[in-house]
Design a protein around this ligand. Sequence first.
Ligand SMILES: [Zn+2]
Length: 405
Amino acid sequence: MTPVNVAQSRPQDWVYLSEGGSTIVFSYTGPVHPDFTAKILRLRKTSLNVASHDTTIDAEDDPVIAFQNTVIAALVPSKFLPDLEVVLLDATWLAALEALRDSDRPAERRAKDQIDKARQKGILATDLIGGADILAIEIKPKWGFLPNSAHLSQETAEIKTSTCRFCMHTRFKFKDDVATQYCPLDLYSNDEARVRRAIRDLWGGWVQSNGSLNNMRVFVSGKMIRPSELYASLGEFLEVSTEVHEALATALLPLLQTPVLGTISGLQRSLDALDIEGIFKLHGMAYPNAKGFSAVRGNPTLGELQDFVASYHSGYCALDHSKLSLEHIDTYLVAYLLSATFKDCSVIFRIRRSDRSGDPSVDPHAVSIIDLDLKGVDRFEQWADLDRRIVEYYRDIAQRKLCVE
Ligand SMILES: [Zn+2]
């Protein structure tokens, strides 16, 4: 299939949406078009100080798309995944887009970087938050399981199997000034009262931090809003007769009852079968003199990841995880990296103004998992170090939280 060319649309049909450290996103608002309607365009940026473009990184977006389309798609039902495809770019077209929209960017960003106009490829993806009729709630649910205790040390086993990772980490990060009561195990519980409590706690954290905690973001008609801007617009989407969080929970419940959260927590748990402690024990057995994983191997190749998911059920899931088996060290490493992807993803839930509901049978993108990026092997040492520091801190807490699966 030949990729679509962005020059088949007009630069003025795209509006600025958002940007991160390395990419900038535009949303299509032009006339109905088979390739562009309800899509966003993700472009790479380049520093203002870089004189020449490095052409060797042009292929960077292809692995991102291949990872989602061939690895993630083998583990997650396709209805929960946004479409991602390559789009061919054109330097003159990009320059015209920049001339039109650069003034919509935050000044501090404009002072640092710009659209990389030498790129030949970008990404077209489903626009999950745009549309005048849409209230989109983005939730980062985080870790939805308590670890398997088989390979935990005596010092950590009781703590790590009583309090969930997120609750310990929140306490570690905020000390006595904890900004949220949210426990992921409530959200994942499938029990209506607990799910409502999780929404209330996410909402409370969002309001209390004025939207700065990264567990929840709220978009109205494509624009991210802060709690202070909320009340004007939310009544159009929700039946607000009680507390707002109650109305939100009522609207979200049908979407939360889809298998999306069960899929995420099931994968997190199964892919993290040894816990980071078990992974490091295995590594120590295999390479007693090596300092960490990145000293002995690189990131898994796309082929290695594809092989892993192809035999996920019959191979990996059938292993006896209570034993540390040297023969399978690379399999466990790939599995752990994929579990990290699912521990850090977000879910976007969409509610339509017209009927104040999110109905997966009407809106094919009512529930979508995003931010499914592969983490690198060099992260293992940081993960092990953070795990150790969190548990050491939490061990001295007098009133520990008890999290229930
Ligand atoms: Zn918890």
